[in-house]
Design a protein around this ligand. Sequence first.
Ligand SMILES: *[C@@H]1O[C@H](CO)[C@@H](O)[C@H](O)[C@H]1NC(C)=O
Length: 196
Amino acid sequence: MPSIISPLLLATVLLDLVGAINIFVSHYSGTVQTLTLTPKTDGSYSLTTNSSVNVGGQPSWMTFDPTSRTIYNSDETGSGSAILTSVSAAKDGKLSLSGKATGLSLGGVHNTLYGPGYIAVAHYQTSTITTYKLPLSSSTKPIDSLKYTMSRPGPNAGRGKDLSEETSQAVLHLKVLSSSRNHYSTSPRLFISNKI
Ligand SMILES: *[C@@H]1O[C@H](CO)[C@@H](O)[C@H](O)[C@H]1NC(C)=O
């Protein structure tokens, strides 16, 4: 069968390729922003702020759930207490705060969605993984909190002086995506990485 590419289809694809791209950015000033990257005919790009929402804290890692178009933001705040926020990202770039959990452990550096509507957060400063049920609200409390410790200093003498592991990331084993687990597992299903 000859393969014929419709000129109309090709034009549509090209238009998509040369169109603007929206990028989500978090900033320690407490904001999450949509930036629009637009290619110009001379080959250069312009980068402009499309939308900005103040979520508070020091937003670090963002996880985007494309189904609900929600961005989940960890807060790397290092004193007092931290937050975990969700932001709705409309297709036109507009952002709005949709949920906020307060009183979290400090130093949230990463988060991952898992199971049917749960989120796990890695806290660098306190060496913990905490888990929550979604959606986030002012009454959200951790389901679990797991603190990592080391029995002796790691190979890098400059780090881990308090024998903590500086928890940096919570990575999900693919198998968990199809299970109905509703909390973290100490089996090798939820992998925790540290920075030592
Ligand atoms: C925001 O992003 C939307 C979707 O890409 C785009 O249509 C709109 O022109 C952008 N607005 C600004 C102010 O950049």
